[in-house]
Design a protein around this ligand. Structure first.
Ligand SMILES: [Zn+2]
Length: 141
C-alpha cells in the first residue's frame, strides 16, 4: 500500500510504499525524515508494526467526537517526531480484527508498540502535553 506523505521541509509529496524494516521514510528531494502517519487495516497491521521506530496506534471511529479532537494532535506529533515515531490509525468499524486482538473496548485508545509488542496504552482524548510526556521516554532523542 502506498501513502502520500508531504514533506514539512520542502512540501514535496512523497509516495511511500513498504519501508524496509528498521528504516524510516525520508523525503526524496531533501532527505528530511517524513511525518509517518497513515491509515492501517486488519490486513496491513502486522507489517505496519514492522517499523524501526515505536508505532503509536490510534483506534478510532468516524462517529466518535473525542477521536476527532485527537486527530489533529496526532498529525502534530507525527511532524514533531518525524523519523522517531510512526502513527497508524485504525478505524475500529472497518478493522474489527485488530481491535479485538488487542481488546480495545473504548475509543479513542492509543496504544504504543515497540518491536511489535504493546508497551503502553492510553484511553481517552488526552491533551498533547500529556501525550508527549507518555511518549517521550520511548522515543530516541
Ligand atoms: Zn523535502
Amino acid at each position: 500500500m502506498n501513502d502520500i506523505l508531504v514533506c514539512p521541509n520542502c512540501n514535496s509529496k512523497n509516495r511511500v510504499g513498504q519501508v524496509p524494516s528498521g528504516r524510516v521514510p525520508v523525503c526524496a528531494k531533501c532527505q528530511q525524515a517524513l511525518p509517518w502517519l497513515h491509515n492501517g487495516s486488519d490486513q496491513s497491521f502486522a507489517s505496519d508494526l514492522e517499523a524501526g521506530v515505536p508505532v503509536l496506534v490510534d483506534f478510532w471511529a468516524p462517529w466518535c467526537g473525542p477521536c476527532r479532537m485527537v486527530a489533529p494532535v496526532l498529525e502534530e506529533l507525527a511532524r514533531e517526531h518525524a523519523g522517531k515515531l510512526r502513527i497508524v490509525k485504525i478505524n475500529v468499524d472497518e478493522n474489527p480484527q485488530v481491535s479485538q486482538n488487542f481488546s480495545v473496548r473504548s475509543i479513542p485508545t492509543l496504544m504504543l508498540f515497540q518491536n511489535g509488542r504493546p508497551v503502553d496504552t492510553l484511553v481517552g482524548a488526552l491533551p498533547k502535553g500529556q501525550l508527549n510526556a507518555r511518549l517521550s521516554p520511548h522515543l530516541k532523542h
